[in-house]
Write a protein that binds this ligand. Structure first.
Ligand code: PBG
Length: 328
């Protein structure tokens, strides 16, 4: 080693102690940046566990109320509600029934937490249709874009009447944000926001969610959700949604699409959300259950990576627990 040259640059100096690492950390993860997705099912007497999502349940109306209070107490600032009706039909009429499970749940939650939480709701038909698609079908069985838009418009108005703060159109129909914005404004709900699921990919990682909402889908959503091979298209979809009036845009899933998230963050000026979806949750939970990974650090590393890639807001089933781990 006679020709050994000591390094001139020593990046390790900034890693020496916990205090130093805290001081120079580039990325923050705070409870207020996390949104908790919650499921409420019509006609349940007890919360029902979701097998593929350990720790996540379908709530009763009562336990949902408790869950949102806990979410607020944990320091979260938002929840995203999904409703599962007892009966499904071809048009997903439960979605636009003011007495439908999602709409009554929105009112329950608003009555419970008022303005302490931003109450968001999924605006999509897949939980309500018997065929499981996000829209209504043509006679030939194809998802009918424009007929679906009319259903989304009605759904937005009913959710707004129930008191929702932000609707989350997630069906990837063309023009959905513009139609929802018009529908809200037309009935005076100019203050109701839109969190647009803008770059939403046809992903295998939604698997556990299908169990969570008792989905009856056969086949796939590839005629409306995006092809995983397309990154530029995700940016284009986000720009379209901003032009149509989205207050916030979302990239979904998160982990396999961190590059898209990064590009969308650079391309728009509105807040960007990312959805850390059911399959991403299930993978960590399953591996941790087997003792293959250390669960809590894996959760925090997952969420931090999504923030680092550019998410302002993260929807995650770990939101309440992560808030506790972060100690506020
Ligand atoms: C559609 C919707 C889905 C998810 C959220 N909204 C399912 C889908 O598009 O197939 C998935 C969320 C998750 O996997 O955690 N209503």
């Amino acid at each position: 080693m006679s020709d050994f040259e000591p390094p001139v640059v020593r990046p390790r100096r900034l890693r020496t102690t916990a205090a130093m690492r805290e001081l120079v950390a580039e990325t923050t993860l705070r409870p207020a940046q996390l949104v908790l997705p919650l499921f409420v099912r019509e006609g349940l007497a007890e919360p029902r566990p979701i097998g593929s999502m350990p720790g996540v349940v379908q709530h009763t109306r009562d336990t949902l109320r408790k869950a949102v209070v806990e979410a607020a107490e944990a320091g979260l600032r938002g929840v995203m509600l999904f409703g599962i009706p007892e009966a499904k039909d071809a048009d997903g009429t439960g979605a636009t029934d003011p007495e439908g499970i999602l709409n009554v749940a929105i009112a329950d939650v608003k009555a419970e937490v008022g303005t302490d939480l931003v109450v968001m709701a999924d605006l999509c038909l897949d939980e309500f249709t018997d065929h499981g698609h996000c829209g209504v079908l043509t006679a030939a069985g194809e998802v009918d874009n424009d007929a679906t838009l009319a259903r989304y418009a009605a759904m937005a108005q009913v959710q707004a009447a129930a008191g929702v703060d932000m609707v989350g159109p997630s069906g990837m129909m063309d023009g959905q944000v513009a139609v929802v914005r018009d529908a809200l404004d037309a009935v005076g709900h100019t203050g109701t926001g839109i969190l647009a699921y803008s770059a939403k990919y046809a992903s295998a990682f939604y698997g556990p969610f299908r169990e969570a909402v008792d989905s009856t889908l056969e086949g796939d959503r590839r005629t409306y959700q995006q092809d995983p091979r397309n990154g530029r298209e995700g940016v284009a979809e986000a720009l379209l949604d901003v032009a149509e009036g989205a207050d916030m845009v979302m990239v979904k899933p998160a982990l396999a699409y961190l590059d898209v998230l990064h590009r969308v963050r650079e391309a728009v000026d509105v807040p960007v959300a990312a959805y850390n979806i059911s399959g991403e949750y299930a993978m960590v939970e399953a591996a941790a259950e087997r003792g293959w990974i250390d669960r809590e650090p894996a959760i925090l590393e997952t969420l931090t990576s999504i923030r680092r890639a550019g998410a302002d807001v993260i929807l995650t089933y770990w939101a309440a627990e992560a808030a506790r781990l972060l100690g506020r």
